[in-house]
Structures are given as C-alpha cells and as structure tokens.
Design a protein around this ligand. Structure first.
Ligand code: PLP
Length: 375
C-alpha cells in the first residue's frame, strides 16, 4: 500500500556537503564557525539584530521566559490550541499558564480573548503562528503595549510567513523557531531565539551556558543556568537549509495550492487562510470539517490511515488535557468556545515536503470519497 507521510524534510546534497565539512573542520578554534554563520544568516532573514542557535524551540521558549524574569506568582497567556511546548516552559519557571481562546479563521490567539485574560499578575503573552497562519499582530501588540506585558512570539511553525511584509518571529521581544524534523526548515532537532534587544540577547547567552558569561574559563559559578546549545554539525545542516529557505517555502505554498484546487468543490470544509497583507508558509495543510458531518477527527484519521494516509489531530485545547488540569478552570470550554468548537472536527493533512502533486491528489481523492459516503 502507498504510504503518505504527514511531515518530513527536503534534504539536498548541499546539507550533506555542509554537514560533512563541519564534521571535518568545526573543531578547535573553528568550533563555533557554523553556528555563527547560521545565526547571522537566520537573523538577516528574519530581520532581527540577534539570533542564538539552540537545541530546540522548547529551550528557546524556556530561555525567553527565564530571561524576562518570569517566575512564581506570574501569569503568562497562551492560545488554548497549540503544541504543548508553548506552555510547558512557563511551568518550568514556576509561573502559571493562562489559556485564551483562538480565532475562528486563523486559529491563532484572538485579540479580545487576550485582553479578557489579562490580570494584574500577567507578565507576558506567547502568541503562536499556528500551522503557518499569522494572528492579527497589530491588535495583539497594541493590547500588550497598553497593558505593559511582554510578547514572546512562538513562530515554530511559521518560518517565512509574513504580516504586512514583516517576517513571523520578529513581532515579540523574542521570537522562537523549531528545527525539529517535521518542521519546514530542519536540523533534525534544533531551535533558534531571535531578538532586537541587546540586554535580552546577553542574558540568554548567560542563561544558556550554566549561568556563566560567554568565553568564561574560570568555572566560578555565580548562578544556576541551563545547558542549551546546538552542535556545529546541526548548525551546518541548518545553514544549508536557510540558504534554501525560499525554495522550501515555495514548495509548501505549491502543495497548499494543490490541496486548495482539489478540495475547492467540497462543501463544509475549511482550510488555512491567508488574509490580505499576509503570506502563509503553510507548514501544515489543515482542514476543519463542518460539525454537521458529525465526524470526530480521531475517526477520520483512522479511516484515512486505512489508505496509508498519515494525518495529525488539530491540537486539543490544552485546557482539556490531563497535563494541565491544575492550571485549567473547570469552565474552560465556556471561556474558550472557539477552541472547543473547532478542535474536535479538524486534522492536519499530509504536508511533508517530499509529497508530489500526485500524492496530494491521492489524499484528496480518498478524503472526497469518504466525505461523499458520509454526506
Ligand atoms: C514544534 C513546536 C515547538 C517545539 O519545538 P521543539 O524544537 O520540538 O522544541 C514549540 N511550539 C510550537 C508551536 C511547535 O509547533
């Protein structure tokens, strides 16, 4: 049977050559060279002053929260539907995540929901560019500024998406990216933190290396930090990927256009949106079925799997999950109605960079057949 993966990278001889070069040369006084080149190229692409290569996006979120001095007694607002790593580092720091509702079209944090979730204890908000979609940044930033709360942008899923010409990842005090093997740009595992703020940049460099200043050889530790570094082999791979980033995004956009064409005539189905003045890098092609189909996402996923088609569930509201029971009010479904309305009926369709037009037609043919039987 045909096997259609849900996510996966696009690797060329360039990545292989750069990584081999790092394996040969990136030691001794050249140990840091590929990290520096990757960070410079990445910061230039996003349009920020600084970039720090890290082992994951989770560590980038953790460092962002820590560098802002967030701790016990503080609240940080996150959209209710996101990957668990958006919220976990808030808890690592002893602070409290607060789950706010999402927008019906972009599936990102909704400005009015952000405003409603703010309390005197709110220190920060972490909007997420979900599946490559971007939120209404102007409205979110205006609210954050008025209430004097810090913004951390989780752009893990949105490299290359733009809002009024500005790159995803450049809207907050920090922006964070993931290079996990499923993401548009990958280093296998990896992440990046970008910022324009020199003080935050310097603080992150200290916190990510056991609390010592860059270049320290004295081993006289004055505070507790973390160990969050990317290897030069990963950085070399990432440098090749960032040099190809527009090619990667074009591929994603082409795949989305194929899905849009194939599913255009299907009633009661919604896909990722691309509002005016935005560019969507379409990390995950996502469908939301009309609830009138009465077709829970888990069931749809099982049926597609019978044809070798791998999918993912749209994120469950974090406030509905056992892991967050201690942080979620009992009436979360009433507070965040859109999150609870969309999540049961939505899935990510196969979006691996290696998929061809033929693969996507195959996926859509099976999906349409199942929907017709259902309808
Ligand atoms: C993938 C992802 C992360 C975490 O990335 P890692 O590199 O796996 O730590 C964080 N936030 C979102 C929204 C993600 O999709």
């Amino acid at each position: 049977m045909r096997k259609i993966p849900v996510a996966g990278p696009w690797v060329t001889e360039k990545e292989i050559a750069y990584t081999a070069e790092a394996a040969r040369s990136a030691w001794y006084e050249r140990a840091n060279e590929f990290n520096q080149r990757f960070e410079r190229a990445f910061a230039d692409y996003i349009g920020t002053r600084f970039a720090v290569s890290l082992p994951s996006c989770t560590s980038a979120i953790h460092l962002s929260v820590a560098a802002l001095g967030i701790g016990p007694g503080d609240e940080v607002i996150v959209p209710d539907c996101t990957w668990t790593a958006t919220a976990e580092p808030i808890i690592y720091q002893g602070a409290t995540p607060v789950f706010a509702d999402i927008d019906r079209d972009t599936w990102c944090l909704r400005p009015d929901a952000l405003e409603a979730a703010i309390t005197p204890r709110t220190k920060a908000v972490i909007p997420v560019d979900l599946y490559g979609n971007v939120p209404d940044w102007n409205a979110l930033l205006e609210i954050a500024k008025r209430h004097q709360i810090a913004v951390i942008e989780d752009a893990a899923e949105a490299i290359g998406s733009t809002y009024h010409g500005k790159q995803a990842g450049s809207f907050g005090i920090t922006g964070v990216f993931s290079f996990h093997g499923t993401k548009t740009l990958t280093t296998g595992e990896g992440g990046m933190l970008v910022t324009d703020r020199e003080d935050i940049y310097r603080r992150v460099l200290v916190l990510r290396d056991h609390g010592r200043k860059p270049g320290d050889t004295g081993f006289y530790f004055e505070e507790i930090g973390f160990k969050y570094k990317m290897s030069s082999l990963q950085a070399a791979f990432g440098l090749a990927q960032i040099e190809r980033v527009e090619e990667l995004i074009s591929r994603k956009r082409q795949q989305h256009a194929w899905y849009r064409r194939e599913l255009a005539e299907v009633p009661g189905i919604r896909l990722n949106v691309e509002p005016p003045h935005t560019r969507n890098s379409f990390w995950m092609n996502t469908i939301v079925l009309d609830p009138s189909y009465g077709w829970p996402k888990e069931k749809l996923q099982r049926q597609l799997a019978e044809f070798g088609i791998a999918t993912r569930p749209f994120f469950y509201p974090l406030s509905s999950l056992p892991a967050y029971r201690a942080f979620a009010p009992a009436d979360s479904a009433r507070r965040n109605p859109v999150a609870y309305e969309i999540s049961p009926w939505a899935i990510n369709l196969p979006s691996a960079l290696g998929l061809t037009e033929d693969d996507i037609v195959y996926v859509c043919d099976h999906l349409k057949k199942l929907l017709k039987q259902r309808g």
